[in-house]
Design a protein around this ligand. Sequence first.
Ligand SMILES: [Zn+2]
Length: 346
Amino acid sequence: MSDLRLRASVACLALLVTVGCTNEQSASAPQSPSPSASLSTSTSTPSPASGPSSSPTAASPASPTASLGRTPATGPPGDNRGGFEAGAAMTDVRLLAGEIGPRLATGPAFRRAGRSVGSRLRGLGYRVSFQSFPVPAGDSWGVPVGAGRSFNVVAVPPGFDPAQPHRLVGAHLDTVAVAPGAEDNASGVAVLLGLARLASRQDTALPTVLVAFGAEEPRGPADDQHHYGSRHYVATMPAPATRSLRAMASLDRVGVGGVVPVCTGPLDDGSVQQAVLRVARRIDVPAQPCENTASDHWSFEKAGFPVVRFGSTSYAAYHSAGDVPAVVSPAQLARTGRLVWAWLRG
Ligand SMILES: [Zn+2]
């Protein structure tokens, strides 16, 4: 890292601690192709409010067209660096934020999105389960919302043994009440799905569990009023998994900016963060360290697991109706996807 880059990183780090780094602009990126798949137009009855965990079969899509966008056999030219397909990820951002829209953790749009993600992961060969948990009433970024249930979509690779060393990569699927949530956090889910596809074809250094978390977004200002899904996951981990989880990575707001924020909270020793930054230098992806507690990594960090959070660059449409797919840069999805994939492979 050059002196100049180091100074910029330090300045940015100071900003990120409090308000996020605002000096990054989205790199221009080629237009990715129009979505090649459509969501189901089925009018079948949605699954019950208790969430799909009460009836796993109810989580299956009503028709084969209900899953998220199919992966094209090949991406556009230049779109497959490191194996990560930014065009396919952008298609998923459009489907989640453009077609489905705001995904309040306890609402029907979230359930629809969760079923689609689960179906997609199952189609890639993962063993998928749904963890249901309660979410209290509260304030969703200015909108009063009632109590309800949400769920995590948990995908483990075939033959997964929780007693053996493994990693977990997660991305929250919910949004605040008014936001379509393209950047926050269809971007993270889209990268998660891209990684799932890669990991279904190629080995990772350690087995990788993938989780689309429910109810990350706050329902009030306190530390026990957000991250409901990841806190539920940590609280219910079986003992063998608590001994063998080597790292948890949260993908949260990973499609804005030109540099990949690589964050931890204040309790972490930074070992995973430093390993990721070394990978970034090796594969020449611009990245910088940062500190925050505003995503699902914090639930794992508080429980003593090594963590890293990818993303958090500030942007004007945060938690607003303006968080639409046009906010997200395919080039930044590609930077993040390449970096996470290289770390998982190494
Ligand atoms: Zn988020």
